[in-house]
Design a protein around this ligand. Structure first.
Ligand code: 3HC
Length: 293
């Protein structure tokens, strides 16, 4: 099947990044949000990203125009009816995702392939809201989507092998390196990343080192682009807490258990960079200052 048109549901941080890479890879892309002002906000963010690439000389003004021309914003799911692939990047709530896919199932053609960008929910459970679990995969992208080179392509026990191979190939066409993963909670990356992030909070709680020293250790000692506490702020403490709880629920292993400090920070609304405060204070976003607890 030739993939020509891609639908992306959700134009937040992940959805807008996914829509951008789809359009940049040459696919006609329609991206849906719940209201016109949210569509507008998402598309403005993409335009800003593309303008930065022109400034840096990575894109020409003409290429920027072509990419923007392939992108259409909408609030109507009916605009997905002729999509070959639909990628969902809405809120991490199972009922919302199941409801969405049940609607898409009746709107889209029978050959369309569905994908969820969920980071922690079970693809099998989302796919059974449709009559096409054999044409259903996970496509897990990483933040910031236009920059991070990986996409996890997740298959369930019901995914048809030819559909799966096609989605691996699609991931490569988006300019990403696709890795194959089974539908095991957290897939590959979060299975390894989440215990590491949680352990960095436990190290802080136990007084092993300060916020800056824990971050510098992994940045300078191991060559990570960000220390774990900075990365937690970047991903969002609420998001990490949510993923950790789902993984703990699934595996019942201590390594996935949320440390008390994480829970308290989420309860206080200190969710990281987007909240202006997490392990660092972002009053001056260019110069984050480590918090004192
Ligand atoms: N959107 C688009 N481009 C961006 C961007 C954004 N939000 N943020 C940075 N960039 C681009 C910059 O323009 C720059 O491009 P250039 O090299 O062509 O000039 C490049 O990325 C590097 O940016 P900076 O020089 O400003 O800053 P850094 O060198 O510190 O890089 C970073 C920023 C790419 C975010 C880097 O710090 C990094 O890789 N951090 C780790 C990110 C990570 O681990 N992400 C995965 C999170 S886990 C996840 O998403 C899964 C979920 O399930 C939890």
């Amino acid at each position: 099947m030739a993939i020509r048109k891609v639908g992306v549901v959700g134009c937040g941080l992940m959805g807008s990044g996914i829509a951008q890479v789809c359009a940049a890879a040459g696919f006609a892309t329609v991206v849906r949000e719940v209201s016109p002002d949210v569509v507008e906000k998402g598309l403005k963010g993409i335009e800003k990203n593309l303008a930065r690439l022109v400034e840096k000389g990575t894109l020409t003004e003409a290429q920027k125009g072509e990419i923007r021309g392939r992108l259409k914003g909408t609030t109507a799911l009916e605009d997905f009816k002729d999509c070959d692939v639909v990628i969902e990047a809405i809120t991490e709530q199972l009922p919302a995702k199941r409801e969405l896919f049940a609607k898409l199932d009746s709107i889209c053609g029978p050959a369309a392939i569905f994908a969820s960008n969920t980071s922690s929910l079970t693809i099998t459970e989302i796919s059974t809201a449709t009559k096409r679990p054999e044409r259903f995969v996970g496509l897990h992208f990483f933040n910031p989507v236009p920059v991070m080179k990986l996409v996890e392509v997740v298959r369930t026990i019901a995914t048809e092998p030819a559909v799966y191979d096609e989605m691996v190939d699609f991931g490569a066409k988006l300019g990403k390196t696709p890795v194959r993963a089974h539908d095991s909670t957290g897939f590959i990356v979060n299975r390894l990343l989440v215990p590491y992030l949680l352990d960095s909070i436990r190290a802080l709680e136990e007084g092993v080192g300060s916020i800056e020293d824990i971050d510098n250790s992994m940045k300078l000692g191991c060559g990570h682009p960000m220390g774990p506490l900075t990365l937690l702020d970047f991903v969002g403490l609420d998001t990490t807490y949510y993923i950790a709880n789902i993984m703990f629920e699934e595996f019942r292993e201590k390594r996935f258990a949320s440390p008390p400090l994480l829970k308290r920070m989420v309860l206080a609304g200190w969710n990281g960079r987007k909240a202006g405060r997490g392990f660092y204070d972002y009053s001056d976003p260019a110069k984050p200052k480590a918090m004192k607890f």
